[in-house]
Design a protein around this ligand. Structure first.
Ligand code: ZZB
Length: 279
């Protein structure tokens, strides 16, 4: 499976929450040592949807680490499993550069529980919002991708349902220390138009199937399949430099441009049945 890692820059925490102590320390160390920044790195199959990002998701009780990446002189926050995977992969195959200096060797600067990453302000590439926040998603599998997920509620049904739950159920948000200003200003951003589905297909399909919560598992899976397929086969971009072009044409161009600009990297993962069964 080929994923694209999107680099969401961690900004200085702006809510005075005690749980951000470790990240503040890490940001300071990174600055003191002249490194280039700290990033949450969600893995996505849909780089062309980054214009529609409204937030990032982590698993509140998931285990994450901040790993030093030699190739970019930056720290990436992700699961240890993903860090190990990356450390065996080429950053720039043509020039024989690897993500880490030593093949297979990771350099962990800090460990985090997902909860310590919630409510962090981030700068997400291509997003229309200047700043987005990290929010909880309870269906994240730590055995897939990086354990970090970027949220595109216009085109991803899971993301739409999760964001709506945080907005509509203040108790749920409060339980995770999420304040309304981290959620309410972030309206769905229409980015892809699909004939018969409008310009926010996930919203359309969730409403069509009457999905109201994560308990509608079968319907959510159906919604995901339907939006994936339709988006790729008949979707037309309505935002960005490839507005008016088919998603299938725009996707590889946007992916390559983001990688060339250092906003994203490729990440490969073997399909592992064992991992998905235990998660
Ligand atoms: C942005 C995005 C926009 C995504 C979209 C989907 C959609 P798959 O097919 O099952 O491999 N994802 C990535 N990692 C995880 C994880 N550890 N746990 C849960 N979800 C994860 O799914 C890959 C997609 O699932 C990724 O692409 C990511 O969300 C999420 F408009 O990134 B995506 C119809 C889907 N649309």
């Amino acid at each position: 499976q080929e994923y694209v890692l999107i680099k969401l820059r961690v900004l200085t925490p702006d809510h005075g929450q005690d749980r951000h102590g470790k990240i503040e320390k890490l940001l300071k160390r990174v600055e003191d040592e002249g490194k280039k920044g700290v990033f949450l790195v969600p893995a996505t199959l849909r780089p062309e949807t980054m214009y529609g990002q409204t937030n990032c998701f982590v698993l509140p009780d998931g285990e994450y680490g901040a790993y030093y990446i030699d190739a970019t002189d930056e720290l990436f926050i992700m699961s240890e499993r993903a860090a190990r995977g990356l450390s065996c992969q080429a950053y720039d195959a043509a020039n024989d550069v690897y993500f880490t200096k030593e093949f297979g060797k990771i350099d962990k600067w800090e460990t985090f529980l997902g909860d310590e990453l919630l409510g962090l302000p981030l700068k997400a590439p291509h997003a229309t919002y200047e700043k987005v926040y990290t929010l909880p998603l309870l269906t994240i599998s730590m055995g897939k991708g990086t354990g970090v997920v970027t949220s595109v509620p216009s085109d991803a049904p899971d993301d739409y349902v999760a964001l709506k739950a945080l907005r509509d159920k203040p108790d749920f948000a409060a339980k995770y220390g999420i304040t309304s200003d981290m959620v309410d200003p972030f309206e769905v951003v229409p980015i892809i138009s699909i004939e018969g589905y409008g310009d926010a297909s996930a919203v359309f399909v969730c409403e069509k199937l009457g999905i109201t919560s994560f308990n509608d598992k079968a319907k959510l899976a159906q919604a995901k399949d339907e939006t994936y397929l339709k988006g790729f086969t008949t979707g037309i971009m309505t935002i960005g430099p490839y507005s008016g072009r088919k998603v299938s044409e725009a996707k590889p161009l946007i992916k390559d441009e983001m990688i060339a600009a250092g906003l994203a990297h490729l990440y490969f993962e073997p399909e592992s049945k064992v991992v998905s069964r235990t998660n």
